[in-house]
Design a binder for this molecule. Structure first.
Ligand SMILES: Nc1ncnc2c1ncn2[C@@H]1O[C@H](COP(=O)(O)OP(=O)(O)OP(=O)(O)O)[C@@H](O)[C@H]1O
Length: 332
């Protein structure tokens, strides 16, 4: 259900002091509650600036941000910057007390007025983040991924309504990262938490987010459900952010049998298949890159190289002649 009044930015712009170019420009958006919204964009596109404006760590030069209909005040107007109903976690875990145990790192944030409730909440949040077995361990001895879990547990201890994540999984290795992503999705599902995250990782945003917001040069250029944006991006920029796609000129596309009317043609690796059963084998396998559960094939014809996804391991080897069947492409 659409809820325009949960967290809303209205024509928000911010230029940092001394900078000529705006960090973000005229951004209007509605963040829906109880789901995960991911902000994506190339480096310097304004992702962190937008997150900080939504939280109230920065004041917009123009426009306003509202949480449940009430204006979010910036750091100049508030003693402790940041909206009380929100918490932010970044990739540095500076807030942790490395000399204290995991339990105390979380418990310290809760009031002493009801000791039993404090104990229960600490235990619950450690379980939610799957770190209850580490409760008695000193934070100093935790791995980077475990520290990140404690940082998120600390953020959630006081039950914020919104959790802001600014590339928090960057330092965490892949296997640990996926577990943490799943746990955050579960928490959103179980508790109705709203998450807004900034990420560079396409796999992460595609699997985690319910909604994607694409920023380019400080402006929102498109937004929508990850699947819709992946399958049918309105901009080449979005396609490039979400996948390692093949981008061809119209002339190159013509050599692949595509009669395009636009300047650029995009083929995702999974939209073209090699086949050796056709008589006309005008492509050659240049490289086979083992990727675990699939292979990436680099195939060439003249000056054109395409990256294709092949899930039949060991079927093709370097130098093989193949036919390429293109099932789908996009024009920009
Ligand atoms: N404190 C600052 N002072 C001056 N300029 C800044 C400051 N912080 C960010 N900027 C500039 O504002 C623009 C947007 O920066 P921002 O950090 O929001 O982008 P980003 O998309 O989060 O980038 P990244 O992915 O590299 O973290 C950039 O041009 C950046 O150089």
């Amino acid at each position: 259900m659409s809820d325009a009044s949960f967290l809303q930015a209205l024509s928000v712009s911010k230029t940092y002091p001394g900078e000529r170019v705006a960090g973000v420009k005229q951004i209007s958006l509605n963040i829906q509650p109880q789901q995960i919204t991911a902000i994506i964009g190339e480096s310097g596109s304004g992702k962190s600036t937008l997150l900080r404006l939504l939280y109230g760590l920065l004041s917009p030069d123009e426009g306003r941000v509202y949480f449940k209909g009430e204006r979010i005040w910036g750091p100049e107007e508030k003693l402790i910057p940041g909206h009380d109903a929100m918490k932010m976690v970044t990739q540095d875990t500076d807030g942790l007390n490395l000399f204290a145990k995991v339990w105390d790192n979380v418990a310290v944030l809760l009031p002493n007025t009801d000791v039993a409730a404090k104990r229960q909440r600490t235990e619950d949040v450690l379980r939610q983040l799957n770190i209850h077995k580490l409760a008695d361990k000193q934070a100093f001895f935790l791995s980077g991924g475990e520290k990140q879990r404690v940082a998120i547990a600390r953020a959630l201890a006081t039950r914020p309504e919104v959790l802001l994540l600014d590339e928090p999984f960057n330092q965490v290795d892949t296997s640990f990262r996926e577990g943490l992503q799943q746990d955050i999705r579960q928490i959103v599902h179980d508790t109705g938490l709203t998450v807004i995250m900034v990420s560079h990782d396409p796999a992460e945003v595609l699997s985690m987010a319910d909604e994607l917001i694409v920023l380019k040069d400080g402006e929102v250029i498109e937004a929508g459900h990850p699947k819709a944006l992946y399958q049918n991006p309105q901009n080449l920029y979005t396609a490039r952010l979400l996948t390692n796609c093949n981008v061809l000129t119209r002339e190159e596309a013509a050599q692949c049998g595509i009669d395009a009317s636009s300047a650029e043609v995009v083929i995702y690796p999974e939209w073209a298949n090699p086949t050796s059963s056709w008589t006309r084998k005008d492509w050659m396998v240049k490289q086979v890159l083992f990727k675990g559960n699939h292979e990436d094939l680099l195939v060439t014809k003249g000056d054109i190289t395409l990256r294709l996804l092949n899930d039949e391991a060991d079927r093709y080897k370097v130098g093989d002649k193949v036919h390429i069947k293109i099932n789908k492409y996009l024009e920009f």
